[in-house]
Design a protein around this ligand. Structure first.
Ligand code: GLU
Length: 419
């Protein structure tokens, strides 16, 4: 039983990575103990009535992992696979992600175990509002700031913001980020995670001598991260040879027409029936011929089974937790460079931070300003990781955790323990 739990635990993967970097930093046992425990885990029931009148109960979660550097920050996920273990792992990763790009936030994450594909807009709105109402006391611009994640959209953020504002009886746009522009969202937020993935990828590609115009890219997942990453890679002259979503994977060695794929997905809600490439399985996609591979879906995509067959030279983790520690050490042995999730997909939370800042000022920036500041933040911190990686002969992942842990530990030590 214990072994089974260990095998499926996503948080377990996170802790394994944490320990590798903690060893490098020679972090003391007490601080390790503190940083491997979530500050707060909230679980609640969401009773709701379907449009048909049928009653159901879903489970909602919010984990506020760490507050040492600021309010908790992280998305809300609506997915059938959401569990306390997963949300805790994701909140843990947000802590390091915010620290790795030096944002004044801690880490949080939330979710509801449900399948949005089976829900009407009205049902989705009712679930979101009840979810938000349950969290009124514990979220807020200076407490915990949610954002979109898998299957949650700017519209969902608008409902969350409205529900919270109604409860506290004032307008509080900064309670969530990833909102529509009309109600205090930031320009550039929707594309930000995908943009960050391409910024990190192109920077490392130039260090590896991979010329964009001659590089083949494969992207797993065509949601908010994968779609914009594909678009931006194509705009930079790269050849996107493989894409995928829940309906399967599509491969074209001469390059997929990304624009056509985006239009297809917008029209049909997914890539089903897309004719711009040969249909292959998701497993085949991950081991197909390419230079750069971007997992941009869910956790535990690379395992000890498929990692030996991965042919990419560079993996850029658009998703959170796509690589198990076993797969990670295989990639290391094979000389595959991995830009880890907490760096590669930090573009989203970085522009969330910009949104939070703009909401507090009530003054909004031009898109070019947002994109420029995003690139500055990501490249400065990726540069720091490269320096640590080279000095310590480590991987980017260990360097990223080491930099992040060091920043959180400094804040935690300065604040001390309040007892
Ligand atoms: N859900 C995104 C992530 O995993 C964004 C979080 C945020 O913007 O707060 O990084």
């Amino acid at each position: 039983m214990t072994t089974a739990v260990r095998e499926v635990s996503v948080f377990g993967d996170g802790i394994a990575y944490f320990n590798q970097a903690a060893d490098l930093l020679e972090l003391d046992a007490g601080m390790r103990r503190i940083l491997t425990h979530p500050s707060r885990q909230i679980i609640f029931s969401i009773p709701f009535q379907r449009d048909s009148g049928e009653m159901e109960v879903f489970t909602g979660y919010r984990v506020q992992y760490n507050f040492a550097r600021g309010p908790a920050k992280g998305g809300i996920r609506f997915h059938p696979g959401v569990t306390l273990d997963e949300v805790t792992a994701l909140a843990f990763w947000m802590t390091w992600k915010c620290a790795v790009v030096d944002l004044p936030f801690g880490g949080g994450k939330g979710g509801v175990t449900c399948d949005p594909a089976t829900l009407s807009q009205n049902e989705l709105e009712r679930i979101t509002r009840r979810y938000a109402a349950e969290l009124v006391e514990v979220v807020g611009p200076d407490k915990d700031v949610p954002a979109p994640d898998v299957n949650t959209t700017p519209q969902v953020m608008a409902w969350f913001m409205d529900t919270y504002s109604m409860h506290v009886r004032q307008h509080v746009p900064g309670v969530v980020t990833g909102k529509p522009l009309e109600i205090g969202g930031s320009r550039g937020r929707v594309e930000a995670t995908g943009r960050g993935v391409t910024i990190c990828a192109l920077d490392e590609m130039s260090h590896m001598g991979l010329v964009p115009e001659q590089s083949k890219i494969v992207i797993q997942g065509f949601g908010n991260v994968g779609l914009y990453a594909a678009k931006l890679f194509a705009e930079r002259g790269c050849s996107v040879v493989g894409i995928s979503d829940v309906t399967g994977a599509y491969y074209n060695k001469n390059g997929i027409d990304v624009h056509a794929a985006i239009e297809h997905a917008a029209k049909h809600r997914n890539l089903e029936g897309f004719k711009g490439g040969d249909k292959i399985s998701n497993g085949e996609l991950l081991t197909s011929e390419c230079d750069v591979l971007v997992p941009a879906a869910l956790e535990k995509v690379f395992t000890a089974e498929n990692a030996p067959n991965v042919k990419a030279k560079l993996i850029v983790e658009g998703a959170n937790g796509p690589t198990t520690p076993e797969a990670d050490s295989i990639f290391k042995q094979k000389g595959i460079v991995v830009i880890p999730d907490i760096m590669a997909n930090a573009g989203g939370v970085t522009v969330s931070y910009f949104e939070w800042v703009q909401d507090r000022m009530g003054y909004f920036w031009k898109e070019s300003e947002v994109n420029e500041r995003l690139e500055d933040v990501l490249l400065a911190n990726l540069g720091e990781l490269r320096a640590i990686k080279n000095a310590r002969s480590s991987t980017f992942r260990v360097a990223a955790y080491a930099l992040a842990i060091d920043r959180v530990v400094k804040a935690a030590r300065l604040r001390g323990i309040y007892a």
